[in-house]
Design a protein around this ligand. Structure first.
Ligand SMILES: Cc1cc2nc3c(=O)[nH]c(=O)nc-3n(C[C@H](O)[C@H](O)[C@H](O)COP(=O)(O)OP(=O)(O)OC[C@H]3O[C@@H](n4cnc5c(N)ncnc54)[C@H](O)[C@@H]3O)c2cc1C
Ligand code: SF4
Length: 483
């Protein structure tokens, strides 16, 4: 612990954000990095707790008190080594992780946690600028074993990097034209610019990973064929089957899945031309769903010049802070305002959509909704009589979550699924019902977080390495409950 009185003397500081009226005019990241001295002050606030509860929040088991102390003492290189020991892509999680570690931090009991995420980003960015952060780590010996990783989201990339560093010959197969999964085509640039992914891909290529884009497993090559050509296969294909809303009017023009909208927007920002782009300019947009995806639709619609954006949530408005039912260090269900929600739009809670209403042109012109009342445990709800009303709109984006992997047949290969339709594999072996075929990331656990995807990829790589060589030196972080 660097400064024993740091947590008493210094207040929490958060990175500055560009003012709303400026940032909504462009697509670049708008959150600035903590200045060095402020990052050091934040490091000084860490109490190096006997039981570092921040660890219970972080799936990756990031060594948070260690790097906090290094930063406080201006030892940035050692901080970077400690950070990269558990996280392959900290410059990414330092930007887009919801930071469950901060909810679990002991200093969050009075709601002033250490600014762990901002420190993480500072360490990662400075390491890249100083040259060490992206330096390839070449395996000392090659195993001669061949591994195929299917899917290039954060889970597939983390698995591939770990396996390459363990000396295996790794090929990543990606059906899309660009690498990165939802990091590339889900999360907008204003939350995370895409050069961060490109830089890691270059590092991985230098470490020996081979990337093949435009190759769909099941369409261009069968899973069975892939297994026959490799010593092991890792399925990291995500869980992007969207939840639909089969109510009257669903077929109307102007009602779309959120990912259709976000992918097109991300492509255009990347320089692609998208014919008949789904665009929010001048439109009254309704986003159904109050989570991350809905928030990204809101920020994207505002930047495209929407006339209005209304984000609708079926659940009731959460309490402002923790309640007795969700004590520290648990991840609480409480009111959160994303950076996109700070930028504008209206939020409606406890509202259920009953039907999409057609206009004279046959396209959606409104949604008909009712207010609902929830039981205290939020398990049941009932409609409030006489509360029906209409919200005018000409673009509706369905952002109500995802219900599992898109492909549930695995093209004839008998990969067993769990009751939710995810690929069945446990958190120790990561092996599926087919020997030599492993699964990780959202494909295994269902739609989740980037930090979990990285954990899954790292752990699955360890399991594959042990399967191929009988032992493994790859680092491990045991499974723990975290949001
Ligand atoms: C809009 C949106 C915003 C989000 N924002 C955040 C956020 O801010 N913070 C956060 O922590 N999490 C966020 N998430 C969740 C996070 O992005 C995912 O949990 C994470 O990307 C999962 O990683 P993955 O590698 O398992 O899968 P994915 O990222 O989904 O990648 C799977 C990859 O597999 C490829 N693939 C699929 N099938 C095949 C096939 N048959 N053959 C070859 N390739 C295939 C896909 O094209 C894709 O590239 C967000 C999710 C969405 C949808
Ligand atoms: S819980 Fe908070 S104060 Fe304690 S070690 Fe972790 S970051 Fe530091």
């Amino acid at each position: 612990m660097g400064k024993p009185t740091g947590f008493l003397e210094l207040e929490r500081a958060e990175p500055e954000k560009e003012p709303v009226q400026e940032r909504v005019r462009h697509w670049r990241e708008f959150e600035r990095r903590l200045p060095v001295l402020e990052a050091r002050d934040q490091g000084a606030r860490c109490m190096n707790c006997g039981i570092p509860f921040c660890h219970t929040g972080c799936p990756l088991g990031n060594r948070i008190p260690d790097w906090n102390d290094h930063v406080y003492k201006d030892r940035w290189e050692r901080a970077s080594i400690a950070l990269h020991a558990t996280n392959n892509f900290p410059e990414i999680t330092g930007r887009i992780c919801p930071a469950p570690c901060e909810e679990a931090c002991v200093l969050n009991i009075p709601e002033e946690p250490v600014s762990i995420k901002a420190i993480e980003r500072s360490i990662a960015d400075r390491a890249i600028e100083m040259g060490g952060g992206l330096r390839p780590k070449l395996a000392e010996t090659r195993s001669g074993r061949r591994v195929a990783v299917v899917g290039s989201g954060p889970a597939g990339l983390a698995a591939a990097q770990q396996l390459a560093r363990a000396g295996h010959d790794v090929t990543v197969l990606e059906r899309s034209d660009r690498l990165g999964g939802l990091l590339r085509y889900g999360i907008p640039d204003f939350k995370m610019e895409k050069h961060h992914i490109d830089a890691r891909i270059e590092q991985m290529k230098a470490e020996g990973v081979v990337f093949r884009t435009g190759v769909g497993v099941g369409t261009d090559v069968s899973l069975e064929g892939l297994r026959a050509m490799h010593d092991a296969v890792v399925i990291a294909t995500g869980a992007t089957r969207p939840r639909d809303l089969p109510i009257p009017g669903r077929e109307l023009g102007g009602v779309h899945f959120a990912m259709e909208f976000l992918e097109q927007s991300n492509r255009v920002v990347a320089g692609d031309t998208v014919a008949n782009q789904l665009h929010a300019a001048g439109k009254k947009v309704v986003v159904l769903g109050g989570g991350d995806t809905g928030s990204d639709c809101l920020g994207t619609s505002l930047r495209q010049g929407a006339e209005s954006v209304t984000q609708i949530e079926l659940l009731p408005r959460p309490p402002e802070g923790r309640t007795d039912e969700q004590p520290w260090p648990l991840w609480p269900w409480k009111m959160r305002t994303s950076s996109s929600q700070e930028e504008g739009g209206e939020r409606e809670f406890a509202v259920m959509t009953k039907r999409f209403v057609a206009g004279a042109d046959g396209k959606v012109r409104a949604i008909e909704v009712v207010r609902v009342e929830w039981s205290a445990d939020r398990r049941t709800m009932k409609e409030v009589e006489g509360s029906a009303f209409e919200i005018e709109c000409d673009l509706v984006l369905l952002a109500m979550g995802f219900v599992g992997p898109e492909d549930r047949t695995w093209h004839g290969m008998p990969v067993a699924q769990d009751p939710r339709g995810n690929v069945r594999a446990d958190v120790e072996s990561f092996v599926t019902s087919v020997p030599g075929v492993f699964a990780c990331g959202d494909a295994r656990r269902g739609q989740s977080l980037v930090v979990w995807a990285i954990w899954e990829g790292r752990q699955a790589a360890r399991a594959v390495d042990a399967y191929l060589t009988g032992t493994t030196q790859l680092a491990t972080t045991p499974y723990q409950y975290a949001p």
